[in-house]
Design a protein around this ligand. Sequence first.
Ligand SMILES: Nc1nc2c(ncn2[C@@H]2O[C@H](COP(=O)(O)OP(=O)(O)OP(=O)(O)O)[C@@H](O)[C@H]2O)c(=O)[nH]1
Ligand SMILES: [Mg+2]
Length: 1151
Amino acid sequence: MDGQPTFKEGTVKGLQSVFNKKESSGVSADSKYKMDKGKRFGTAPSTRFQSIGNPASKQSETPQSVPSGSVSECSEWSMDGQPTFKEPYLKFQVPKHIEIMQTEKLINVCDKAEGNSFYRSTQMQICSLNETISRGKERQNSAQSETVVPPPGKIEFQSVTTDSVILSWGVPKGLKGPKIFRVKWTKGEWIHGRELEGYSVVKDAHQFEINDLELGQRYIFSVATDNDGNLSEWVENFVFTAVPAPRLLTKTHSEASAVTLKWTKGENMEGIKHQFIIALKSQGKEPLAIQTKECFKTISNLEPGTEYTIEVSTILIDRCSEPVSTTILTEACFRKVLSKMGLEDYYDDKLTLSTVLEINQSDTSESKLESPKSYPEAFLRKLMMLNANARSVKCVSKDVDTDKQNTINPLDLITALFLCSDSFLQQDMVVKMALCQFAVPLLMPNHDTREITMMLWAMREIVRTFSPSKLAFRNLSCEERIVLTDIPLLSFVRLGRTSLSKSQVLNKLLSNTKECYDIFYNRNMEGGDAPRKISEGLVEMTWYLPCGKKNTDKFTEPLAVANLRGDIRDFDKQFTFLCQTSAAVYIFCDESEIDYFKHLEGMVVEARLLLISSIQGKSFTLKTMTIKPSLKTTTVSQRKNTESELVKALQESVPKMLGNCPVKVSLANLADTARRCDILVDEDIDECQDVRKNADNIIQHIADPSKFKEKQLHSQGHIWKELSLLETEYWRLRNAGNENIEDYRKSLKITEKDLKTQQRLEIKAAMLRFFHGVASEVQRYYFLKWLEMDLENLSRNELSDLKDKYKELRETCPEDTEKIAEIDQKISARSLRLEHFFRECGQLFQCANHLPEFSSQRKTLEQLPVLCAQMLLDGFPLELVDGDVANIPLKWITEVLRELHKSMHSKSKLKVITIIGAENSGKSTLLNTMFGVRFAVSKGTCTRGAFIHLINVNEHVRRKLEYDCIMIIDTEGLKPHQIVQDDHSHERDIEVASLAVALSDATIVSVSSDNSKEKDLLEMVLHAFTRLKNVGKKPLCHFVHTNMSESPAVERKKRGKELVKQLNEVIRKDTRMRKANITKCSDVMEFDRDTFSWYMPPVWNGTPPMAPFSVDYSETAHALKKRLIGDLKKCQGRGDLIQFISDVDRFWKGL
Ligand SMILES: Nc1nc2c(ncn2[C@@H]2O[C@H](COP(=O)(O)OP(=O)(O)OP(=O)(O)O)[C@@H](O)[C@H]2O)c(=O)[nH]1
Ligand SMILES: [Mg+2]
């Protein structure tokens, strides 16, 4: 009561003070010197305290050094009254003037103390600052009039945690030399009269750390300057120790208008009564706060498709912790998202391929994107033309807000389109996306039905050529249907949000070149940062395929790579599926979240698990993780500080993870796992599976394609071949010699009649199955697709080898025509594709009139043209000229086209575009790119004969263009060195080209970049143009130079002029043409001197198979298409399909 500190009940286990020491180890004076466990006051947790050296006193003379953070317990007292510390604890110096009498609990009674004494609670003095105080008092008394000890500056708190505080104070004004400060603190409102929590003396430091405080409590701190025993005024400040924040906040469920969250209590909160406050924030909305006692909460009435930041804090009495937060995106109102993109009608009534391929405004005029409703079409049109920029669709407005509203994440766009497309358009999109090197959907979420679907059917059409190490060293490659190929699967997923873009890391990992391809769409790309509303949970897939060149390939073996969009916590099914199917799963996560994996302990995981753990997104460490029997992580790489270091580490890790015998699986075999994980498989629907059996049934009976054709497709065998010879001879009179033409033709007719009697109309088992397969309208497309794919699988390797040999011979020994003819024959014999089945249909149909009029078989056969017409409308090509016999089954074609005309309600005014040119010069590829069609271009196929595709003109532009559809004719390549054969079939290429030119309104002539063959080729082209007399019109003509590297416009113009010169030169030297009064190329074709010559860049932007399709190629093809469509309008009218039928008949016979 006399202003001296007294002791209350309790025990002081030790009294320590730590003085600022400069560590001998070189640790700066700022280092924290930790005291022993500290004084324990009453029931309060032990309090550790540390003084933190003042940088200004670094040169402190105090000799002892104490290692930073060492804690010692005061255990005995030295003779001079100073406490010492037992080994291994270090000795601390306690100021001499503090006389420790006995450890006791302290209370502060010296708020305005002139000196300090310490009393036991029994009021018995146990420690005093006797000497100092008395001396101090004296001095003070005497100096009171002279000097007042300046107090320390304001107390500030450098750090406040749940159990520690670092306080600092300012330097006392005007005080020189070493300084001593007294620090005392207590819990509660007032320091005066309260039980002291702690007391310390700090020398030459202005900072002090106190540990082991109670959480969420108000602490008052007082500091006074001690100048040689004289105390200044006490400076006071208070602070609340932090309340522990809740932990592991996760979203357990979310839908359009509600979300359920759970979390765990903060550290050390067990047994302490507290609550939580949930704050809900969203841009443009009033924040909302909800209080709860539980560790979970369902929040309802949220806005669909909106991003919310949710913060949860602990509340302890009136104190609130720091919040833990998470951002959630409520599920969008699915239909609303579709409606924004103008797709709502297609969710129930799916988009089809033929609609997408229609000619519309974008082919006739420059149209700008005006709203998100135009995005789907813009994307699809570009994708159909294999434009690798297809995903960058955005309408630009001047207004930033409108701009933001119009932005749609391309992943949402792609998801919406897949959900609104029929299975065949899906297949087509996937094939084209793969060619553009876009990742394709593997697991497709439907936020409407909450189902997830494995897109196996959609991926079935992807065929890729690559060169794994076992083939690379022999310079070979293989062509494989990717879903049937056993390839190890690597999955990449994330836990929580990561600062790093997983997709971008993957793009860098999988790109062979420095310039990385945007395989996976990522947040750094246009629209990539827009919130994903319906594509969360999407698993995309791509493949790394080696080209076999050491300097190019990043990996020598093929890899399948899956990428889950969204947090694994939200997409359990997808994550489980990936863990069960992948060889390795790489998980991006933050170090602080690793505890989450405890949830997975004991789970059966087939894949090796790897963590790419980051510390607040700043550095990354690769760790392996096992969760059985319990969670264990092992670091396998040093810390990587940059993205490129991480990519490099991953590149090294992948082969190591896969080892020598990685788990390889084909996607087709993963369907069972998907079903077990409650994931639907797109091809499980009845209409797809029922006809699969039919197709399988046909395939099972094909051991040898050529024998199969002989036995099961016998109508197209030798009789048809001989009949074709006779027919064409009847029209062309090649061997008539001097014989009377009438007599000669009569004799041919007699032979023909004989042959026809030998024709047996016998429908074999395979054809019966085929008819069964195509009978149902719903199932037809599935059946044809199964059969087409299965047939291709059957002979792909053999045909691919034969085609390689053929190509090699043509290039190295073009004069060895016999050998070339032999291989050509083999290719023809071994080929078995859909067109062979349709040929058989044609032949059977042509003989149907041999059957009794009302027989069921005849009825079936008579239905075939209708089916075939429907197929054409659905986007399958039709064989116009049978490449094996060099003939057109005229009756059949006529009937099919007539049925087509009927199906189009007699609105079939058409224009015809054809392509002719050098073999293997990319003709089919160009047409496919221009019109999105599917002429055969795979490694093992070459076009034989001619095929047609029909493209509809959209209702909106029909009137403008004045035609209803475009017929596209792809033809067999012209071969400069003719194959010697005795049956004139070697003239097939030129006949086909001539027919195509005669039928066309516009002809594209494809000239390969190989100059040595250009002259021969131009000669053949001109022959094709002049062979048919009396056609009555000249087609528009464009010359396309394929595989051209960039050349300046001036040079192109020059080359265009040279080309005209070259053509005229050929005509001048050609006697046949001169005879026909043709003196210049403009006599046989229409062309614009300045613009008729086109230069197509190489199709691949880099080295395939990892290179994407060239954007330049696609855009040049688009420009050509637009030009042609515009020009076609100017051509004189040619009538409708009925007219076309008669043209085919007239021109084929008149060749
Ligand atoms: N590297 C490269 N390959 C190309 C290019 N254009 C086409 N190809 C490839 O060459 C092969 C043949 O292309 P097609 O489009 O079938 O050529 P085509 O002229 O129709 O061939 P035929 O019908 O057999 O005369 C295919 O594998 C194409 O992918 C090109 O510019 N560069
Ligand atoms: Mg072709």
